[in-house]
Design a protein around this ligand. Structure first.
Ligand code: PGA
Length: 244
């Protein structure tokens, strides 16, 4: 079942996401956390950083990584995760894994899936959502059962994320992403969506049919998924959903 929580604003959504993670770390100091890049979860990471939790035993897996960037590129997700998540939270970098984009990508995807299994699976996975309904880099049309795999970025995602690169041409075209099958095996999912640009994708994900054309609709298949939204991101949901 998908639990929807509408918060007053982005800051409150970040605090609520941090509350869920803080409680999970309190219950299990060796939590396996699934972390997401992107702008939407930044408030969660900032709120957690302020709380100065003991995360010395927490390990983490990122959702995805670009292919085709040099290893020291500041927008590789390894670099973004280090900057936005590992350092502010005080995570042990050796316990935080991102897919290896420098070797054979197919082998790296298989190794990444195996590493998640070896770690006992992800306990709590944080997710953003693309305007096209993607989760991780599982674009519309992706298998709802796939493990971590090599994927193409959609034209829409490339346009949305080109803001992080000097031009659209510099924006990667391929990635390694946890599959929707991988994501659904996490014991708990917390998706955060902010702003009007996400409103239609959120409504389709929560109230529409489960379909690979809207990958986030797969959350409906998960027994413990929480969706945190601000009022703008909630604006296309059926009114009874927002009121409940
Ligand atoms: P955003 O990205 O939070 O930067 O909007 C979300 C996503 O593409 O998953």
């Amino acid at each position: 079942m998908t639990r929807l929580i509408v918060l007053a604003n982005a800051a409150a959504a970040g605090e609520t996401g941090a509350d869920l993670i803080e409680a999970a770390v309190a219950a299990d100091p060796a939590l396996v956390l699934g972390v997401a890049t992107g702008s939407s979860p930044l408030g969660i990471w900032a709120a957690l950083a302020r709380r100065r939790l003991d995360v010395s035993r927490v390990s983490a897996f990122a959702l995805d990584e670009y292919l085709g960037l040099p290893p020291d590129h500041p927008e590789s997700y390894r670099a973004v995760v280090a900057r936005d998540i590992i350092r502010p939270l005080g995570l042990d970098p050796a316990r935080v894994r991102t897919p290896d984009a420098q070797g054979d990508p197919e082998a790296a995807a298989r190794d990444y899936e195996a590493a998640i299994v070896d770690a006992g699976g992800v306990d709590l996975q944080v997710l953003g959502i693309g305007r096209n309904g993607h989760i991780g880099f599982n674009e519309p049309g992706s298998s709802l059962a796939a493990p971590t795999h090599v994927a193409e970025l959609s034209a829409e995602t490339r346009r949305d994320n080109a803001r992080y690169f000097s031009s659209l041409e510099d924006m990667p075209t391929r990635c390694i992403t946890q599959g929707i099958g991988t994501i659904l095996r996490a014991r708990r999912l917390v998706l955060i969506a902010l702003g009007e640009a996400k409103a239609q994708a959120v409504a389709a994900a929560i109230d529409g049919p489960v379909t690979s054309s809207l990958p986030a609709s797969a959350l409906q298949l998960h027994p413990d998924a929480t969706v945190l939204v601000d009022p703008a991101a909630a604006s296309c949901l059926a009114r009874h959903r927002v009121a409940s």
